[in-house]
Ligand binder design. Structure first.
Ligand code: ADP
Length: 259
């Protein structure tokens, strides 16, 4: 009987340790799966512009009689796809380095009022070009401890999306408010909006509500993942309120002092 109990205990022990080993390896397995998915998605995204460039170049090669001017449309195609590809590679590098904590974050005093005003002014011109109304409401003298370039990149991602997903005659606004301990930036648009089912997913890498539409605008679904990372680096919070066909608001809350 004693031997039986001994053997039984050993079996139970083996079973428990195998189960624990499996459980402790779970995060590693998940990270590996995520990495595999990232590489597969990235390769797929890079293949599309490459295929377009290759096909266009082949078409150009077949048109012996035409002058460069006559072929300008095709050359523009190559140029814009190359531009898309280089943006995509830059974004992929940013996320890969962010995963490995390889991006230096330079925390210093940032005049957020000035940054929001200056970046807003640049986008006001782009909005006007697309016949979109632009408004900015900026509290004066809002400072925080942060990385100026990264915060600028965050504003660019949100404003760029606002313009991409808002049709002509729409409106975009950026506002900066503050409380004693945090700054609140809101980028609001009257664009196509995001459905409830998609809202939780838009911060995932490569997620796009409408793949074809977003690609036409040069997007690969990485902007909001980068925005999310920048907000996290600043110990802040990003949230979305949206209604299909009415518009979206992206709200960023950033602590003024880094804890
Ligand atoms: P992309 O480069 O494709 O725009 P993002 O990561 O910035 O990638 O955004 C992910 C997806 O979220 C977009 O493809 C789009 O479907 C949706 N989205 C982001 N911003 C907005 C917005 N302001 N209005 C409507 N949809 C948006």
């Amino acid at each position: 009987v004693v031997m039986g109990i001994g053997v039984f205990s050993v079996i139970i022990l083996i079973f428990i340790s195998a189960h624990m080993a499996k459980k402790s390896l779970e995060p590693v397995r998940r990270a590996y799966e995520r990495q595999k998915e990232f590489i597969a998605d990235a390769s797929h995204e890079l293949r599309t512009p490459l295929t377009i460039i290759k096909t266009t170049a082949e078409l150009l090669g077949m048109k012996e009689q035409e002058t460069i001017m006559e072929n300008s449309k095709w050359l523009e195609n190559i140029s814009s796809e190359t531009e898309n590809m280089s943006k995509l590679i830059q974004n992929l590098l940013t996320l890969a380095q962010a995963d490995n904590n390889q991006i230096p974050v330079f925390m210093g005093d940032v005049d957020l009022s000035k940054l929001v005003r200056e970046t807003g002014e640049k986008f006001e011109l782009i909005a006007r070009d697309k016949d979109i109304e632009f408004e900015s409401i900026i509290s004066d003298n809002v400072h925080l401890t942060g990385d100026k370039d990264k915060l600028n990149q965050l504003l660019v991602i949100l404003l760029d999306n606002g313009i991409k997903y808002t049709p002509e005659k729409g409106k975009i606004s950026i506002s900066l408010m503050h409380t004693t301990d945090k700054a609140i930036i809101t980028v609001k648009d009257t664009g196509m909006g995001i459905s409830e089912g998609d809202i939780d997913k838009i911060f995932e890498r490569f997620y796009r509500v409408d793949k074809a539409r977003s690609r036409d605008q040069g997007g690969a679904g990485l902007g909001l993942s980068i925005a999310n990372w920048i907000v996290r680096e600043h110990k802040g919070k990003i949230s979305v309120e949206s209604e299909p066909d009415k518009g979206s608001s992206f709200i960023v809350e950033l602590p003024k002092k880094r804890k």
